[in-house]
Every structure is written in C-alpha cells, then in structure tokens.
Write a protein that binds this ligand. Structure first.
Ligand code: HEM
Ligand code: HEM
Length: 192
C-alpha cells in the first residue's frame, strides 16, 4: 500500500490518521460523558487531565491531518456515485474537519477562561492558557463544547451510516478503500 492517496484509494497515512482519530474521539467522548459523575477522589482530577491531554493530542493530529489532506488530495469518487452524493460526502468530510478541530479548541478555551491552574500535558509540561480568565467566555466555551459534541455525533452517524450503506447495499469499495489493501482486492474481483 502506498503512503500517498491514489485515484482509487486512501493511502496509509490518511488511513492511519482516520482510524487513530476515530479511536481517540471515542475514548474522549466516553471520558467526557462520565467524568463529571466520578467520585471526587484524586482519580477524578487524573481523568480530567487525561481528557484534556488527549483532547490536545487530537487537535495536533487533526491539524497534521488537514495539512496532509491538502497536500495529498483525495481519491476520485467511487465509480457510479451520482454527483450529488459525492458533493454531500465531500461537504460532510469538511464539516467533520471543522467540528473535530472546534471540539478540542472549545475545550481548551473553556479550560483557559475558567482560570484554573494550568494543567500538565500527561503530567509533562504546563499547557499555556489561550485567554485571560473570563466567566462569560468560560460559560460560552463550555456550552459550545457540549453542543459541538452532539453535532459531531450527528455528523458521524450520517457519515458512518453512509459508509456501511455503501458496503452492505451498494456493495462498492467506499469502506474498503479506507481499510488496508487486502480487503479492497476482495471486492475488485482479484480473489481466487
Ligand atoms: C476531540 C476532542 C474532545 C472531545 C471529543 C471531547 C468530548 C467531551 C465531552 C463529550 C464532554 C462532556 C460534555 C457534556 O457533558 O456536556 C466533555 C467535557 C469536557 N471537556 Fe472535552 N473533549 C475534547 C477535547 C477537550 C480538550 C482539548 C479540553 C481541554 C483542554 C477538554 C476539556 C473538557 C472539560 C473541562 C469538560 C467538562 C465540562 C463540564 O464541566 O461540563 N475537552 N468533553
Ligand atoms: C465508525 C465510524 C466511521 C466510519 C465507518 C468511517 C468511514 C469512513 C470512510 C469509508 C471514509 C472514506 C470515504 C470515501 O472514500 O469517500 C471516511 C472518510 C473520512 N472520515 Fe470517516 N468514518 C468513521 C468515523 C469518522 C469520524 C469520527 C471522523 C471525525 C473526524 C471521520 C472523518 C472523516 C474524514 C474527514 C474523511 C475524509 C478523509 C480524510 O480527509 O481523511 N470519520 N470515513
């Protein structure tokens, strides 16, 4: 498999970014939703710091991924895809970029504006604050962080739903071309 994206499929770099970020967002979502209910033991603070550190990691990965996408481009739409479907898929992808960047930024903004002590990235170094403490900004950023999450859930449901629909009902390569090459050959008729 090539590192670069080709006309037919996503290369190794785009695939690695895609599935690693899916996994990290899943972990962040679970931690984010349960951490408020944890008993106020030292673990409680540990989970918050881990959530924030992992969130900053996703921000860095998303920026690197955006750079890669702008450099390496995207495969052509799968053969037979109507123009309107390709346009909606492309729009959804860019919306996913926007929300997956806005999500950690709003969390970082909330952390900054709330005037808490700087948290240490996985215990290593203090993460700088983006703004001076501000109650209204902290409230707005917290609200945005919670709201954006549900926008992300809706987008991912439509996006992953479309991928599985293509795989199971259209029986085309949409999902396989985001997976390592072995799978793709099966649908292209190269299996014995
Ligand atoms: C892609 C990255 C991220 C995802 C998917 C995510 C997800 C979530 C979710 C689902 C919640 C629960 C929201 C709610 O109950 O309304 C949450 C809460 C929280 N997140 Fe994140 N988060 C991300 C990044 C960050 C970052 C980078 C920070 C800070 C540097 C952060 C700080 C927080 C804090 C402090 C809360 C608790 C908010 C509260 O008290 O209501 N998050 N996050
Ligand atoms: C289980 C969940 C998911 C599945 C099954 C899935 C599947 C796919 C597939 C098959 C493609 C290739 C589409 C094509 O070739 O036209 C793709 C692309 C893409 N997906 Fe997902 N996806 C999932 C979750 C996510 C999440 C959580 C994000 C949020 C960041 C995301 C963001 C993207 C983006 C931005 C692209 C365009 C490729 C790129 O620029 O890297 N996906 N996804």
């Amino acid at each position: 498999m090539t590192l670069r994206n080709t006309r037919e499929r996503w290369g190794a770099v785009s695939q690695a970014f895609h599935w690693l970020i899916v996994l990290l967002i899943l972990v962040l979502a679970i931690a984010g939703l349960v951490m408020d209910d944890l008993p106020r033991t030292p673990k409680y603070f540990w989970v918050y710091t881990a959530h924030k550190s992992l969130g900053i990691t996703v921000l860095a990965l998303m920026l690197a991924r955006l750079g890669w996408r702008l450099y390496a481009g995207a495969p052509a739409p799968v053969a037979g895809t109507p123009g309107w479907q390709a346009a909606i898929a492309s729009l959804t992808h860019w919306l996913l970029y926007a929300v997956a960047l806005a999500m950690p930024l709003s969390g970082w903004l909330y952390d900054s504006a709330s005037g808490l002590r700087p948290f240490r990235y996985f215990g290593q170094f203090a993460v700088p604050k983006l703004v001076a403490p501000s109650e209204w900004l902290a409230d707005a950023a917290r609200e945005a962080h919670g709201l954006l999450f549900w926008v992300l859930v809706a987008l991912v449901a439509a996006h992953a739903g479309a991928a599985f629909y293509h795989h199971l009902f259209q029986r085309d390569d949409t999902l396989l071309r985001m997976l390592p090459a072995r799978g793709a050959r099966a649908r292209s008729g190269q299996e014995p």
